[in-house]
Ligand binder design. Structure first.
Ligand SMILES: [Zn+2]
Length: 347
């Protein structure tokens, strides 16, 4: 996965300026909810740190647009100056003011920004537990277990805890508003702790049911109430055995049956970082009715293989290509990075 100087103007000038900015913004965002045409989503996924990272992105908007980028998912997570829950802000945080400035600078170059926040899983990394479960340990799917996160990949929140959605939805709302975005990426990848025996609410439940509940609850808010497009990673919807992908880029922990119990207007970001002859998840997800945004990473040959396989699907629900970066490249080098050029079809 961010400063505006105001000059003194006459009242009339301010009014005209505000109206002009409004018209320009409407034009750039598009009148509908989907300004980027299907098949043309040429995207980047970035983890941005602090307002400085967002300023760099604004400076690079022209160069990125030049190579074809027209969408960027900015994964923010807890590194944001939250007003609804200031106790959950963490790390080199970005401000709403800089988010708006960068989003506008990018929009002026034809690049749509979508904020990202990891929901359900990825609530810790190595020994560090992230703010939600540090401040509210009762929301943990495995409360009091795995001290220092020893023996687990990442912590999860409990999708059945009655307080979790109220807190998280406020964070999602703030991010969408900060970026003036019509969409949000809610993560949900690599969730290994689900329907845990250590959770008093989820013990004995079906992992697919628990996962689908989390997806449906979040969708109900994001799309149902806020009318935003919801994007998420696709790995928990894929049968690791049947697809041959294994337990990371697909599921071997019982969640994949959730694929038939979630809304099909979710955009599924189907990540695969290795070169393969086929990517069976793409036709599978398309057949289920999802719009699919395949995502590659740092291997140029793998990116080309995934991109070309996806482009061969001849389905308008195949949106384009998403280049993830995961800290492998500095923002000011993005427009020259070979995997990005490959993702844009310019290798
Ligand atoms: Zn639970």
């Amino acid at each position: 996965m961010v400063h505006i100087a105001y000059s003194r103007r006459a009242v009339l000038g301010m009014a005209i300026g505000a109206l002009g900015a409004f018209v320009l913004e409407r034009k750039l965002r598009g009148a509908g909810a989907e300004p980027t045409p299907a098949g043309k989503w040429k995207g980047l996924h970035l983890c941005i740190s602090g307002d400085g990272g967002l300023k760099s992105l604004a400076e690079q908007a022209h160069a990125l647009a030049d190579v074809g980028v027209n969408v960027a998912v900015i994964e923010v997570n807890y590194a944001f100056d939250f007003k609804s829950h200031p106790e959950l802000s963490d790390g080199a945080r970005v401000t709403a003011k800089q988010c708006k400035a960068t989003a506008l600078a990018c929009r002026e170059k034809g690049i749509r920004l979508i904020p990202g926040f990891n929901c359900l899983g990825h609530q810790s990394w190595k020994k560090a537990t992230f703010p939600l479960l540090r401040k509210y340990p009762e929301l943990d799917e495995t409360p009091g277990k795995y001290p220092e996160n020893e023996g687990i990949y990442c912590r999860s929140w409990c999708p059945r805890h009655p307080q979790v959605n109220g807190i998280v939805f406020a964070l999602l709302d703030e991010l969408a508003d900060a970026f003036d975005s019509d969409a949000i990426h809610v993560g949900m990848d690599e969730v290994f702790l689900v329907s845990s025996e250590f959770c008093p609410r989820c013990k004995g439940t079906d992992p697919a049911e628990s996962f689908a509940k989390a997806v449906n609850d979040i969708h109900g808010h994001v799309t149902g109430e806020r009318k935003l497009q919801m994007l998420m990673w696709g790995d928990r919807f894929l049968d690791g055995k049947a697809t041959g992908y294994g337990e990371w880029e697909a599921s071997k922990n019982g969640t994949y049956a959730a694929i038939d119990h979630v809304p099909k207007d979710i955009i599924v970001c189907d990540w695969h970082y290795e070169k393969r002859a086929e990517y069976p998840s793409i036709p599978l997800l398309l057949k289920k009715g999802f719009r699919v945004w395949p995502a590659g990473w740092k291997s140029e040959p793998a990116t080309v293989a995934l991109r070309d396989y996806a482009n061969g699907q001849a389905d308008e629900k195949m949106l384009g290509h998403l280049c993830t970066t995961w800290g492998s490249v500095a923002v000011d080098k993005l427009a020259q990075w070979p995997p990005v050029l490959a993702g844009m079809g310019k290798e």
